[in-house]
Ligand binder design. Structure first.
Ligand code: NDP
Length: 252
């Protein structure tokens, strides 16, 4: 089998389910050594065993990404045990529905703390490794997961959408700083993908809207985003896709 990512060290956050799990598995298939980060360690360990069972290398690390010190500690372990990261998939995130007049500051804060704060912890912890990898290997990738919600308007998902706008705009600016230093930065903007993400939605209207989209069109599968990341990571190092919207064909 072709292993175009042999020799590369990939870090995937939110690797315990959905898009992150599928992408970690795919990057390992392509030959990368992968670090798996999320809170549910038993899931990470199971995925690591699967990857190792097919001849890959995986390091499961139970980390709450809202904890800056824990993210920094994980970065140190990865550099020591797998080698310096040269690909980071900044993927963990949570989508909660909440009407603007609900005053559910706790739900708003959870999304800000992970989707914006966690993303920044990962940037802070791993950009030094990406820069060193780029200097040594001539290639490094930072994939930040945004959403079509970054530019669309989704009632009951205003805070979620705003966190994704943060990720897209942050990525564009990071790219301007890092691109000239050989680190590619991509904001991935998926449409609806069937994962555990939707299981945290509680608002009745939002649930109905989600169910309605499922009647109208097929949703993407996590593997569709995994193969997109694999495609981007295997482009020649001179090619940087800055942002990419990937949606179900039937999604308006
Ligand atoms: P999942 O709910 O399946 O995955 C979310 C991942 O984030 C899990 O692995 C979860 O693991 C992890 N996570 C949550 N909280 C934390 C935390 N505090 N610390 C560490 N890890 C955490 O959803 P998806 O795979 O769909 O979501 C992945 C990303 O894709 C998200 O950023 C989402 O916003 C984005 N996205 C998803 C779309 C979709 O339709 N599904 C569309 C557009 C973007 P654990 O609970 O074990 O910590």
């Amino acid at each position: 089998t072709r292993r175009p990512l042999a020799g590369r060290v990939a870090v995937v956050t939110g690797a315990s389910s959905g898009i992150g799990a599928a992408t970690a598995e795919h990057l390992a298939e392509l030959g990368a050594r992968v670090a798996l980060l999320a809170r549910r360690e038993e899931r990470l360990e199971r995925l690591a065993k699967e990857i190792e069972g097919t001849g890959g290398t995986a390091l499961p690390l139970g980390v709450d990404l809202t904890d800056e010190a824990a993210v920094n500690a994980a970065a140190g372990r990865i550099a020591g045990e797998l080698g310096q990261a040269d690909l980071v998939f900044n993927n963990a995130g949570v989508m909660l529905s909440s009407a603007v007049d609900s005053g559910e500051m706790d739900l708003w804060r959870r999304q800000l703390d992970l989707n914006a704060g966690g993303v920044l912890h990962v940037v802070s912890a791993f950009v030094p490794q990406l820069l060193r990898s780029a200097a040594e290997k001539g290639v490094a990738d930072l994939f930040n997961i945004s959403s079509v919600a970054a530019t669309g308007v989704y009632p009951k998902f205003s805070v979620y959408s705003a966190t994704k706008a943060f990720v897209s705009h942050l990525s564009a600016n990071l790219r301007a700083e890092l691109g000239p230093r050989d680190v590619r930065v991509t904001a991935l903007e998926p449409g609806i993908v069937g994962t555990e993400l939707q299981s945290h939605v509680t608002d009745e209207g939002a649930l109905e809207w989600l169910a309605g989209t499922r009647r109208q069109h097929a949703w993407l599968e996590a593997g569709d985003i995994a193969s997109t990341v694999g495609f981007l990571a295997t482009l020649p190092p001179r090619v940087n896709v800055r942002h990419l919207a990937v949606t179900p064909t039937g999604q308006v």
